[in-house]
Design a protein around this ligand. Structure first.
Ligand SMILES: CSC[C@H]1O[C@H](OP(=O)(O)O)[C@H](O)[C@@H]1O
Ligand SMILES: Nc1ncnc2[nH]cnc12
Length: 291
């Protein structure tokens, strides 16, 4: 049986993960550059938990400035097998009110100014993103949301925008016409990179506002968002704490193969691979490159 290591990426308003035993902030180096912060590593019983604040402690990095590759690489180096991403987001549906936690299952990636792959010239790979989240991991998140009696909705499409400005009314209406449920600035390329790194991914999007489309709610207002973030921080913390507390120490293979995503993904023949890129892929693709 394989051991689980639970990773948690904290979004806006979540800069620490209380309740871990023997917890320490540890600076982990990455060949992909500077991650957002040190990682907080600790245990809940036998389960190792690794936490990373996505924007850094003190909210230093804007969505476009986050080094998503370094973040996923350091989580992989710490052995993370399952990653729960926690985010603030806007609602694109009347019925998804502020305070609701959406267990996202699909994404539309409209970001354009970010590094989105660990692979490229000298080692080309193509992984599937048809099903970006791992259903067993989402089951664990849903069980925790139920146990904590939180308002949640399972399933939903997250529109990832570049930002940092919020959407215009026309953009907000366009995304609604596409059937999107929530909007945020950070889950892409995070989800794509987790898949390349063979880490099971799930996203919990906490609704903080109705974006720009809702006639009764006016424009997005950062002060109002921060108030919702603040008012719901304890719910987010208790959700994550419950996920960690109940998380199985031993894991099954991912039913959709997220943990084997690279098995047949690398196209570049061994003799044409770039040595420098291969050395940077040691953590992310070590499993397939070693064999
Ligand atoms: C707090 S408003 C905008 C900010 O919040 C979200 O960040 P995260 O996904 O890390 O919680 C959103 O994507 C923006 O970065
Ligand atoms: N309306 C919104 N658009 C993008 N990111 C957000 N994060 C929180 N609310 C948001």
């Amino acid at each position: 049986m394989l051991k689980s290591v639970l990773g948690v990426v904290g979004g806006s308003g979540i800069y620490d993960l209380p309740g871990l035993e023997n917890a320490q902030w540890i600076a982990v180096e990455s060949p992909w550059g500077q991650p957002s912060d040190s990682v907080r590593i600790g245990y809940i019983g036998e389960l190792k938990v690794v936490f990373l604040p996505r924007h850094g402690r003190g909210h230093v990095y804007a969505p476009s400035d986050i080094n998503y590759r370094a973040n996923i690489d350091v989580l992989k180096r710490c052995g993370v097998t399952d990653l729960v991403s926690v985010s603030a987001c806007g609602s694109l549906k009347e019925e998804l009110a502020p305070g609701t936690f959406v267990l996202v299952d699909q994404f539309i990636d409209r970001t354009f100014a970010r590094e989105k792959s660990f692979f490229g010239q000298g080692c080309v790979a193509h992984v599937s993103m048809a099903y970006p989240v791992s259903p067993e991991l989402v089951d664990r998140v849903e069980d925790a949301a139920k146990a904590e009696d939180l308002s949640y909705s399972r399933g939903g499409t997250y529109l990832a925008m570049e930002g940092p400005q919020f959407s215009s009314l026309a953009e907000s209406q366009l995304y609604r016409s596409w059937g999107c449920d929530v909007i945020g600035m950070t889950n892409m390329p995070e989800a794509k990179l987790a898949r390349e790194a063979e880490i099971c991914y799930s996203s919990v999007a906490m609704i903080t506002d109705y974006d720009s489309w809702h006639p009764d709610h006016g424009e997005v207002d950062i002060q109002a968002i921060l108030k919702v973030v603040h008012d719901n921080a304890s719910n987010a913390q208790s959700l994550v704490a419950r996920i960690a507390r109940d998380f199985p120490v031993e894991r099954n293979a991912c039913p959709i193969g997220s943990d084997k995503a690279l098995e047949f993904a690398i196209m570049t023949v061994p003799e044409a691979r770039d040595a420098e890129l291969l050395s940077r892929l040691d953590a992310v693709a070590g499993r397939v490159l070693k064999s």
